[in-house]
Design a protein around this ligand. Structure first.
Ligand code: BV8
Length: 236
C-alpha cells in the first residue's frame, strides 16, 4: 500500500493549504513569486520571512485524526507483514509528529534550513529566524530545505517513491490538488502498475477521473471512517 498526502491532510491542523497559504497577507503573491530560487535570489528577505512564518505555524499546531490514522495504518500493515509506504508533499513534519515512520518527504521540510554559503543544514526549532533575511552563524544566507518550483526533487525520495509505486496494489491519494509534477503523475504510475486507486479530497481533482474510487470529504473524517470499515478493531 502507498499513501500520498498533500496540504489537505494538514488543513484541519490549522496549516493553510499551499494555495491558501497565499491568502491574507500573502494573497498578492503567487507560488512562483515566493517558492522559487529566482524569488530567493531577488528578495531573500521576503522569501525567508514567508517561510519562517510558515515554519513557526508548523511548530504551533498538532497532528489531526488523518495523521494519527495514517500512523496507525502503518503499524497495522507492518504487524500484518504487509508493505506500506507514506509519501508526502507536505513540508510540515506532522506525519512524523503523529508517529509515522520512514516518511518520504518529496518536497523537503520547512523545519530544515540550509546555509547557501557553508552548506550547513539542520532542523531549526528556535522561535524565530529573524532578522530577515535569515542568516547562518557563518554570515551566509539561510534557505528552507524545501524543493522550489524549477528544482529537482531529492533523488533518494524519487527512487523510494517509484519503487513503492511499481510494487503497490493499493494507492491512496489524500488532500492534494494533483497539479504539481512530477508527484501529480503518481496516481497514473500506480495505475499502470495495476494498483487499485482511491482519492480522498474535498473536491474533484485532475486525477479524479482516473482513480477507481473518489471519496469526497474532509481527510480527518473520511480516512478514519474508511479504515474502520476496512480494518475494524478499535475506533480509528
Ligand atoms: C521539477 C515545497 C524538474 C515548497 C512545492 C508544466 C507541466 C508540468 C510540469 C511543469 C510545467 N511547468 C513547470 C513544471 C514543473 C513544476 C510544476 O509541476 N508546476 C505546476 C504548477 C504546473 N514542478 C516543479 O518545478 C518540480 N520540480 O519538476 O523539477 C524540472 C526542473 C526545471 C524545470 C522544469 C522541471 C518541483 C515542484 C515542487 C514545488 N514545491 N512545495 C513550499 O511548500 O513552499 S509544491 C506545493 O504545491 C506543495 O508543497 C505541494 O507539494 C504542491 C501541491 O500542493 P497540495 O499539497 O496539493 O496543496 P494545494 O493547496 O494545491 O491543494 C490542497 C488540496 O487539498 C486541494 O485539492 C483541497 O481540495 C484539498 N483539501 C483541503 N482541505 C482538505 C482537503 N482534502 C481533504 N481534507 C481536507 N480537510
Amino acid at each position: 500500500m502507498v499513501v500520498l498526502t498533500g496540504a489537505g491532510v494538514s488543513a484541519e491542523s490549522g496549516i493553510p493549504t499551499f494555495r491558501d497559504a497565499l491568502s491574507g497577507l500573502w494573497a498578492r503573491f503567487d507560488p512562483e513569486d515566493l517558492a522559487t530560487p529566482e524569488a530567493f535570489e531577488r528578495d531573500p528577505r521576503l522569501v525567508t520571512e514567508w517561510y519562517d512564518q510558515r515554519r513557526q505555524n508548523c511548530m504551533r499546531v498538532k497532528p489531526n485524526r488523518a495523521h494519527v490514522a495514517l500512523a496507525r495504518l502503518q503499524r497495522e500493515m507492518n504487524a500484518a507483514g504487509r508493505a506500506f509506504r507514506l509519501l508526502t508533499q507536505n513540508v510540515d513534519r506532522l506525519h512524523q509528529a503523529a508517529g509515522s515512520c520512514d516518511v518520504v518527504e518529496l518536497h523537503g521540510s520547512i523545519m530544515e534550513w540550509r546555509c547557501v554559503s557553508c552548506g550547513e543544514s539542520r532542523e531549526r526549532r528556535e522561535p524565530s529566524l529573524a532578522p530577515y533575511p535569515s542568516r547562518c552563524g557563518c554570515g551566509g544566507l539561510l534557505r528552507p530545505d524545501v524543493v522550489w518550483f524549477g528544482e529537482v526533487l531529492p533523488e533518494s525520495a524519487v527512487r523510494l517513491a517509484c519503487l513503492a509505486l511499481e510494487q503497490c496494489d493499493l494507492f491512496i491519494s489524500v488532500g492534494t490538488s494533483a497539479v504539481v509534477y512530477p508527484v501529480a503523475g503518481f496516481a497514473h504510475l500506480a495505475k499502470s502498475a495495476s494498483a487499485r486507486t482511491l482519492e480522498i479530497n474535498l473536491e474533484p481533482t485532475p486525477i479524479s477521473a482516473t482513480v477507481d474510487w473518489l471519496v469526497l470529504g474532509q481527510a480527518g473524517c473520511r480516512l478514519p471512517t474508511l479504515l474502520q470499515a476496512a480494518m475494524g478493531g478499535e475506533p480509528w
